[in-house]
Design a protein around this ligand. Structure first.
Ligand SMILES: Cc1cc2nc3c(=O)[nH]c(=O)nc-3n(C[C@H](O)[C@H](O)[C@H](O)COP(=O)(O)O)c2cc1C
Ligand SMILES: [Mn+2]
Length: 495
């Protein structure tokens, strides 16, 4: 134990982590990187990630080198922070807290360190990303070991944990989102953005003007950028600036010569190009994060690539989605829950004690714990949680529990559901809510008419307010008595 603490204190802090390589060094020095040599990009990488996710007790980051058909040094990293410990370190939090404590600690730190005030990017003239540049006929996206993750996938996905950077044509604001990108040709790569996502709002504005959309995409980056890009920040937030504030150092960028868009200067691989309104190619299917193939093969937009940049010996950052909670990026839960909690505060919902996302439910199980103060408090909390950006997308169940229930403890939540909710009284249904073609429960008829909405169930699993004081008492020792016992007997019991 003492030894781990010593090595931890010499680790790079989030402020010192400038890129994916620094992060690999941090994870490696904690013994949390599994190095694998000689795997095949065709199915083996994905199969191995799935094996580790579902059949190993450890949750290491996976670094693949000497990938079949590719030169040594052309690597892929998956699971950059699957474990709670790595996620805590990525965020600069103490690793020995419970999930709900981590979420609360992150919120407090974000407030005190100003992560809510964004940090503008630091624009440079040069950066490691420019070590290798290809234009025109020299472009060949197949030079990178893009995986075909799963047997039924329609192709090789260079972009899974990617960053797609676009500009709003109306007001010039920059957005960064993670949207999947399938190789289509040496200079063409598919781009799938779900309706409602900010990149899609930008795309639709360009197309409505009859213009093509300029795009930068990045395929290997500091995991904090991946986090910012993929965890549902509000529309007005520039994700690059959020990541800078979260790290406590501005993100260094160069200005892309083709599009004028920012490119993280320490990224591993980046492209610039354009999405044309009337250029479509078959995309998918893709084994998605819900654990299904829901969006099937369709005609979809792609990026016509005009420039490729990469570092020497580039490292792709990949995310192999699998049956939940596979392919986990644990940090998503911490930030997602913190964002919902912040939104509840901003909406004026009092006495929130915790927020959680049930990991096996992908996005579909949002839990809020409150100390109920008045009749209607629980429904209010549910509606606010399920309406904010971080809690609205592809949701299904919003569960409200009392303050003695840990919203990140599945057993606690199920116990509350079973003993404090009454289906005929505790549930309400909201219709026409925000979902996506990726939702496996959208019926064929709905799909045919392009209706990608679903419904939400609010479950109030708090003790009913009007008679909460008469609710049968909980059995077992009180938390106070448990603390005394732990003090007295803990050493014998838990050594
Ligand atoms: C690994 C991963 C892959 C994702 N792939 C897609 C995708 O292919 N298309 C999409 O629209 N959203 C995808 N998402 C979700 C978006 O990245 C996420 O909602 C993000 O916050 C969108 O940013 P935006 O709100 O700026 O659009 C993915 C998320 C993750 C974590
Ligand atoms: Mn956004």
């Amino acid at each position: 134990m003492a030894q781990t603490l010593v090595s931890r204190s010499s680790l790079k802090t989030p402020k010192e982590v400038a890129d994916l390589r620094d992060w690999i060094e941090v994870a490696d020095s904690l013994g949390q990187v599994q190095h694998l040599n000689g795997a095949d990009w065709n199915l083996e990488l994905g199969g191995i990630v799935d094996l580790v996710s579902h059949q190993s007790t450890r949750e290491p980051a996976l670094l693949f080198d000497n990938i079949k058909d590719y030169p040594a040094g052309y690597r892929l990293m998956a699971n950059p922070a699957a474990s709670r410990e790595l996620s805590a370190i990525l965020l600069g939090l103490p690793p020995d807290l419970t999930e709900t404590q981590l979420i609360q600690e992150w919120r407090q730190r974000a407030k005190s360190q100003g992560a809510h005030t964004l940090l503008p990017v630091d624009e440079r003239k040069d950066g490691p990303i420019l070590e290798n540049v290809q234009r025109g006929a020299d472009i060949d996206l197949y030079k990178f070991p893009a995986p075909k993750w799963h047997e039924r996938d329609g192709g090789r996905y260079l972009g899974t944990a990617d960053l797609v950077i676009t500009r709003d044509p109306d007001n010039g604001t920059i957005n960064m989102g993670t949207y999947r990108m399938m190789l289509q040709d040496r200079d063409k790569i598919g781009l799938y953005i779900s309706p409602g996502h900010h990149g899609r709002l930008h795309r639709d504005k360009y197309f409505a003007r009859g213009e093509r959309m300029p795009v930068v995409a990045v395929f290997g980056e500091d995991p904090m950028l991946f986090l910012a890009s993929s965890r549902g920040l509000p529309l007005t937030t520039n994700e690059l600036e959020w990541a800078g504030a979260a790290k406590g150092r501005p993100i260094e960028v160069i200005r892309g010569p083709v599009t004028g868009l920012p490119i993280p200067a320490n990224a591993e691989i980046a492209i610039e190009g354009f999405v044309h309104p009337d250029h479509l190619l078959e995309e998918g299917p893709f084994g998605e994060f819900t654990g299904y193939y829901a969006s099937q093969m369709r005609r979809e937009t792609y990026v016509q690539v005009e420039a490729v940049y990469h570092r020497n010996d580039p490292i792709i950052l990949g995310y192999c989605p699998g049956r939940p909670p596979g392919g986990n990026f644990h940090t998503h839960n911490i930030i997602g829950s913190a964002l919902v909690w912040d939104a509840l505060d901003a909406a004026g919902v009092p006495d929130v004690c915790g927020v959680g996302h049930l990991p096996s439910a992908a996005n579909g199980g949002l839990v809020v714990s409150i100390k109920t103060r008045y009749h209607g408090h629980a429904r209010q909390a549910a509606m606010a949680a399920g309406s904010c950006r971080a809690g609205a997308y592809l949701g299904r169940y919003i569960i409200v529990v009392d303050e003695d229930i840990d919203p990140n403890n599945v057993d606690d939540v199920l116990w509350a559901l079973w003993t404090r909710s009454e289906p005929a009284e505790s549930c309400d249904i909201i219709r026409s809510a925000w979902s996506t073609p990726l939702d496996p429960r959208i019926s064929p008829e709905q799909r045919a008419r392009k209706d990608f909405s679903n419904t939400r169930m609010i479950i109030d699993a708090t003790r009913p307010f009007p008679w909460k004081d008469e609710y049968p008492a909980v059995s077992g020792p009180s938390p106070e008595y448990t603390a005394i016992l732990k003090e007295k007997w803990g050493e014998d019991l838990f050594k």
